[in-house]
Design a protein around this ligand. Structure first.
Ligand SMILES: Nc1ncnc2c1ncn2[C@@H]1O[C@H](COP(=O)(O)OP(=O)(O)OP(=O)(O)O)[C@@H](O)[C@H]1O
Length: 271
């Protein structure tokens, strides 16, 4: 992928530009505050399509706030104010004509703790589909098999689809949640520390899944785990106190960071 990297002379912010036809999300001077207290400050970056982009940074730097902004999860929080623009495939997500339900179908989100619904494995994956459109059972079954296969779970659950999702292990539950999100065919998958509650083997399965899914969609990953960011992401953005400090190809950011504070964070000299 052709990306150019430079530093904005006015703000000294890192700029990684992708050709327009490779750009999925475009964030332009986006700021967000909770009750007037800034959490994100003038973020400007592009997220490339069909790649994994990791967001790293110290606790409280705004990573989850940023992910939630992308599918407008802040809409119901009256204390939140924002300015600037986030565009998905060239469309401003805050434009009046943007359908928020459709935006959330196109931008799926997976959280830190697996949250399957209290229903069967099958019904979990069927849930979003039923909201979306009326399908014949055969079509629905096909999509459910496809989503569970894409989430690398089909072989483990195909003989017990109608058992409770809560009987699955934590790692299986997280892959089920990913399957539920994939079933409605999103363009983007936002992953907020998706493996932090899981054991090492389940974590490796999720990481393998993330790498495999990028042929289907664009992934944005928040992680505290530097090795994980290095293992799975193509691009890495380092945030500090709501600002974008460094952004570029993951191997550059990890092996040749532009700034000392990025290096300090990556090497564990800054919490
Ligand atoms: N709902 C909220 N109301 C008020 N302030 C909030 C809210 N959510 C987050 N914040 C504040 O916004 C800032 C950014 O928080 P955020 O959760 O986005 O950071 P983070 O980088 O994801 O942190 P962590 O790595 O610990 O999950 C913090 O100062 C936090 O206290």
């Amino acid at each position: 992928m052709l990306a150019s990297r430079h530093v904005d002379q006015a703000t000294q912010a890192p700029v990684t530009h992708f050709p327009a036809d490779q750009c999925c999300l475009e964030i332009d001077q986006f700021s967000l505050a909770y009750a007037g207290k800034p959490a994100l400050q003038r973020l400007t970056l592009q997220v490339p399509r069909h790649r994994v982009t990791a967001f790293i940074g110290p606790s409280g730097c705004g990573k989850s706030t940023f992910l939630r902004a992308i599918n407008r999860l802040h809409d119901l929080n009256e204390s939140v104010s924002h300015s600037g623009e986030i565009s998905l495939e060239g469309h401003n997500i805050h434009a009046p004509e943007m359908n928020v339900t459709e935006l959330r179908r196109r931008v799926g989100m997976v959280f830190q703790t697996p949250n399957p619904f209290p229903m069967s494995i099958y019904e979990n994956v069927a849930f979003g589909l039923r909201l979306q459109k009326r399908l014949a059972k055969r079509q629905r079954d096909d999509i459910i098999e496809w989503a569970l296969t894409s989430a690398a779970l089909w072989d483990e659950v195909k003989d017990r689809l109608h058992r409770s999702a809560w009987q699955l292990s934590g790692g299986q539950q997280q892959r089920l949640v990913i399957a539920r999100t994939l079933a409605v065919q999103p363009d983007v998958l936002l992953l907020d520390e998706p493996a932090s509650a899981l054991d090492p083997i389940s974590t490796l399965k999720i990481e393998e899944l993330i790498r495999n899914l990028k042929s289907q969609l664009t992934l944005v990953l928040v992680t505290h785990n530097m090795q994980q960011a290095a293992r799975v992401s193509d691009y890495t953005a380092f945030l500090q106190q709501g600002e974008l400090v460094e952004y570029g190809p993951t191997d550059h950011v990890f092996t040749n960071p532009r700034l000392q504070r990025t290096e300090n964070y990556i090497t564990g000299r800054m919490a």
